[in-house]
Design a protein around this ligand. Structure first.
Ligand code: PBG
Length: 337
């Protein structure tokens, strides 16, 4: 018996957590979660015109692309094994109006993009947002009258837009405008127009967040937005309310749920997955992306490492996948092993 016994021996005895961490093979063996390319949905910004690749200053490494260039990039995404993309349009400012009427143009930028992507890259999933914010002159997600975003009229318009998006080839409609009753209304609209197989990924819990700033730069709504979105997005203070909101979407027929933003809301991801068991996705939004990129560009963090860590943490929190601007970079990194 060694008389130099350590106090720790008596305390931990047979309970040594580090045994399972001692070598690469044990760590691999006990690993609980794995990130794969199948977990990614890549958000893509579309601009009018041809042959345009335009960097977004507040999102280093992310570009707005014209449809032709977006199609090429999405081919690359499909080759990397990324299962799905989602698109956001940045239309000319003079085409935006009070009601976002461009959203109801069958051949608008987003529907043109969908049709072109479907034709050129038929095996990638296309998810389209139906919020009005890229189309309104005031940057709100719905129809604004006085100070109020009018719920039911907005839903009517969103349903029409969703049907047009499905006609253009969208596989999943993802309403992000947080109007009440929209999921049921969209489901009925899609079914009545022969789109029973088009799914709905609900932005079930979308929080009123400061993390959306760079996205608003990307689609040029930063300068347009009057006031805030607190009357329709959820307060960051409220988790139980978020669950009740998601419960309505589930009841109304959502096929998949989304939490947005992602990392500050991992508790919500977990609670949603536990409560409903539906496929659950997190949107690692523009501000989250930019924080990592900015710190990495300053040499203050290892950007690639933090990228992979955050994406893995979404899996641990119960997510089935992540909408992320890192999709291409992370997919390449995973392919390298
Ligand atoms: C609005 C919408 C937002 C985002 C996508 N669609 C939020 C907003 O501008 O209020 C944010 C995406 C991101 O930050 O990456 N319908």
């Amino acid at each position: 018996m060694n008389d130099k016994t350590h106090l720790v021996d008596h305390i931990t005895g047979h309970r040594r957590m580090r045994r399972n961490r001692k070598a690469d093979w044990t760590r691999r063996l006990v690993r609980e979660n794995l990130l794969t390319v199948d977990d990614f949905i890549w958000p893509v910004f579309i601009v009018p015109g041809t042959n345009i690749i335009e960097p977004i200053p507040s999102m280093p490494g992310v570009n707005r692309m014209s449809v032709d260039r977006a199609v090429e990039a999405i081919k690359e995404a499909a080759d990397l094994g990324i299962p799905a993309i989602t698109t956001f349009p940045n239309i000319e400012l003079d085409m935006r109006d009070e009601t976002g009427s461009q959203v109801l143009e069958a051949n608008n930028l987003i529907n043109q993009a969908t049709a072109a992507i479907k034709k050129a890259v038929p095996n990638i999933g296309i998810i389209t947002d139906v919020a009005l914010d890229p189309f309104t002159s005031h940057g709100h997600d719905g129809i604004l009258r006085g100070d109020e975003i009018i719920n039911d009229e907005t839903v009517d318009q969103v349903v029409k837009a969703a049907i047009m998006q499905a006609d253009a080839g969208s596989d999943i409609i993802s309403p992000s405008e947080m109007m009440d009753g929209r999921i049921g209304a969209i489901r009925r609209g899609l079914d009545a127009s022969g789109h029973q197989n088009v799914g709905i990924m609900s932005y079930a819990t979308k929080f009123s967040s400061g993390y959306y700033g760079p996205y608003r730069d990307a689609i040029c709504t930063s300068g347009l937005l009057k006031g805030d979105k607190n009357s329709y997005y959820i307060s960051p203070a409220n988790g139980t309310e978020a669950l009740r909101d998601a419960a309505l979407d589930v009841e109304e027929g959502a096929d998949m749920l989304m939490v947005k933003p992602g990392l500050p809301y991992l508790d919500i991801c977990w609670r949603l997955k536990e409560a409903f068991g539906l496929p659950t996705f997190a949107y690692q939004v523009s501000g989250e992306y930019t924080q990592i990129k900015a710190a990495a560009l300053n040499g203050w963090i290892d950007g690639e490492r933090v990228m992979m860590e955050t994406l893995l943490c979404f899996k641990r929190a119960g997510c089935d996948g992540i909408l992320t601007y890192f999709a291409i970079e992370a997919a390449k990194k995973l392919a390298k092993g």
